[in-house]
Design a protein. Structure first.
Length: 115
């Protein structure tokens, strides 16, 4: 059974940076368009970014364009999210999954942006 484990979340000041990782086990990510999602307190989970299987096409929600970069290492079965110029409104639990969310959700990793 596929398992997704997100890591790298932390408390960071506005303007800071973090790099999130998502390690998959039980199934290869190689042939899947993968994505990052987030859920802020009291809000629904939302799409953040996606990347095609070979990394040639990436998409981002408008509010993170130019600040976040999604990448992948298929050999390591791992997805990444580089987050720069973080803002308080980026505070959320971040999750990875296929673009359609078809795999079981992991526990997520908490990102808190606050001074």
């Amino acid at each position: 059974q596929v398992q997704l484990v997100e890591s790298g979340g932390a408390l960071v000041q506005p303007g800071g940076s973090l790099r999130l990782s998502c390690a998959a086990s039980g199934r290869t990510i190689t042939y899947s368009t993968m994505g990052w999602f987030r859920q802020a307190p009291g809000k629904e989970r939302e799409f953040v970014a996606t990347i095609t299987w070979n990394g040639d096409i990436t998409t981002y929600m408008d509010s993170v364009k130019g600040r976040f970069t999604i990448s992948r290492d298929n050999a390591r079965n791992t997805l990444y999210l580089q987050m720069n110029s973080l803002k308080p409104e980026d505070t959320a639990v971040y999750y990875c999954n296929t673009r359609s969310g078809q795999w079981p959700w992991g526990q997520g990793t908490l990102v808190t942006v606050s001074s």
